[in-house]
Ligand binder design. Structure first.
Ligand code: ATP
Ligand code: MG
Length: 418
């Protein structure tokens, strides 16, 4: 049996890294008053087609959609923002508080060609700052991305930022971009040629060399921005300057989802080859209204955990927990009495492993060594009759008998050395 193409098991050895990321995110984001939110993985297909945009790759070819037994159109979420916004609206979170700062971590699903850094089930950690049009909010979320990456020992990234203006500005720009590109129609790659009719702005994001060459002299989006878009963008840049956050303005940066306006940004690393974007985000001031909620501005980002992990994995030194005490028992009586000792170990929060094979003591001690425990606690008939316990210190080649009643005292000593 193999996992489905594009999906991966996260095994116990790696889970410690995932837990570390989760804990760091929780710690850092809680400081800035972000609360975790968990939304269902299943949503109505219409949630995504209404938000992400019909002419995007995600909606056109990457959705995991099916019809359930009640004949409903269902999709496994391809990203987090639409679900968070749906939840904000369903639960009227906007009534309880003017600002909703939310974060999430969970699996996303996109039917893509699996390759390095690209899976069909992958994970995103994301934040959404909902309720404010203030460019301080943009600065806050970008700062939090950098802060989190630093805490996770990721320093080699570059921030690219752009303003994609509002819908009207983009529509005017779109016309002149199409006009320019039409004269190079024959030289565009196939994808870009199709996009000329469906989603021309996405052509700016083309990885094709020849198309990129053509784009060099294309009209630039920032010339089409109105004063509000410009002022907003300037303020965001100003805040980033004051925060000493380095960035490059990339006036060809557009995002793969239609709901963005004003600020769009990405964080890229050199180490990952063509799947080099670890974080993408931006402002989405119209999405909440578009999905039936009140007119509410918002800004957020999402980090791809698998891509992030492949960079930070070697820098993070996270200790896997071994049992401190390995418990060996011999005889029916011991196997009954051991539970009291286990209760004590638990109360002391000492990691332990109970041997479940109960074969001869030599074999159990061998397993104790293999488990990397420092102590093997032995309870056999002889110990029981004298109300004692044997403690074999595995690294010291030393063992001693103690009264069962002295176990707590002994554990205090053990804890002080661990
Ligand atoms: P890309 O251009 O690499 O496909 P994207 O623009 O589709 O990325 P977003 O929708 O902005 O990506 O998602 C944010 C982040 O989630 C990406 O920067 C990336 O780190 C991660 N991500 C997106 N798709 C995948 C995938 N199929 N497998 C692994 N990680 C992914
Ligand atoms: Mg993509």
């Amino acid at each position: 049996m193999q996992p489905l193409r594009g999906t991966k098991d996260i095994l116990p050895n790696d889970i410690v890294l995932w837990q570390h990321i989760y804990n760091k995110a929780k710690e850092i984001l809680t400081l800035s008053n972000y609360s975790e939110i968990r939304t269902p993985i299943l949503e109505s297909t219409s949630l995504f087609s209404r938000s992400i945009g019909n002419e995007t790759d995600i909606i056109n070819k990457e959705m995991y959609s099916f019809i359930d037994q009640g004949k409903r159109q269902i999709t496994l979420r391809p990203e987090g923002t639409a679900s968070v916004v749906r939840s904000l609206i369903s639960n009227r979170l906007y009534q309880k508080s003017k600002t909703n700062r939310l974060w999430y971590l969970g699996p996303m699903f996109r039917y893509e060609r699996p390759q390095q850094g690209r899976q069909r089930q992958f994970h995103q950690l994301g934040i959404e700052c909902i309720g404010s049009i203030n460019p301080m909010a943009d600065a806050e979320v970008i700062r939090l991305a950098t802060q989190l990456l630093h805490e996770l020992q990721c320093f080699n990234y570059k921030i690219e930022i752009n303003s994609i203006g509002n819908l009207q500005e983009r529509n005017v720009y779109k016309e002149s971009l199409i006009e320019y590109l039409l004269s190079y129609k024959e030289d565009l790659d196939n994808d870009s040629e199709t996009r000329l009719a469906t989603n021309p702005l996405r052509i700016l994001d083309s990885k094709n060399k020849k198309t990129q060459e053509i784009l060099k002299y294309a009209p630039s989006l920032n010339k089409y921005l109105g004063s509000e878009s410009k002022t907003h963008f300037d303020s965001v840049c100003q805040y980033l300057n004051e925060l000493d956050i380095e960035y490059n303005i990339n006036d060809q940066l557009v995002r793969g989802l239609d709901y963005y306006n004003y600020t769009a940004f990405e964080m890229k690393v050199d180490e990952l080859g063509s799947q080099d974007t670890i974080c993408g985000g931006g402002r989405y001031d119209c999405l909440i209204k578009q999905l039936g909620g009140p007119d509410t501005p918002a800004v957020g980002w999402a980090i791809g955990i698998e891509r992030l992990l492949s960079i930070i994995k070697d820098n993070l030194q996270i200790q896997t927990k071994h049992p401190v005490i390995y418990i060996a028992t011999q005889g029916v009586e011991a196997q009954r009495k051991i539970w009291n000792i286990i209760k004590t170990l638990e109360r002391y929060r000492i990691n332990f492993e109970l041997d479940l094979y109960n074969n001869n003591l030599q074999k159990q001690i061998k397993r104790a060594y293999k488990s990397n425990a420092s102590i093997c606690l032995i309870l056999g008939d002889d110990e029981i009759s004298k109300q004692e316990i044997t403690l074999k210190y595995l690294n010291k080649n030393m063992q001693k008998r103690i009264f069962t009643t002295d176990l707590s005292k002994e554990l205090d000593a053990i804890l002080s050395t661990h």
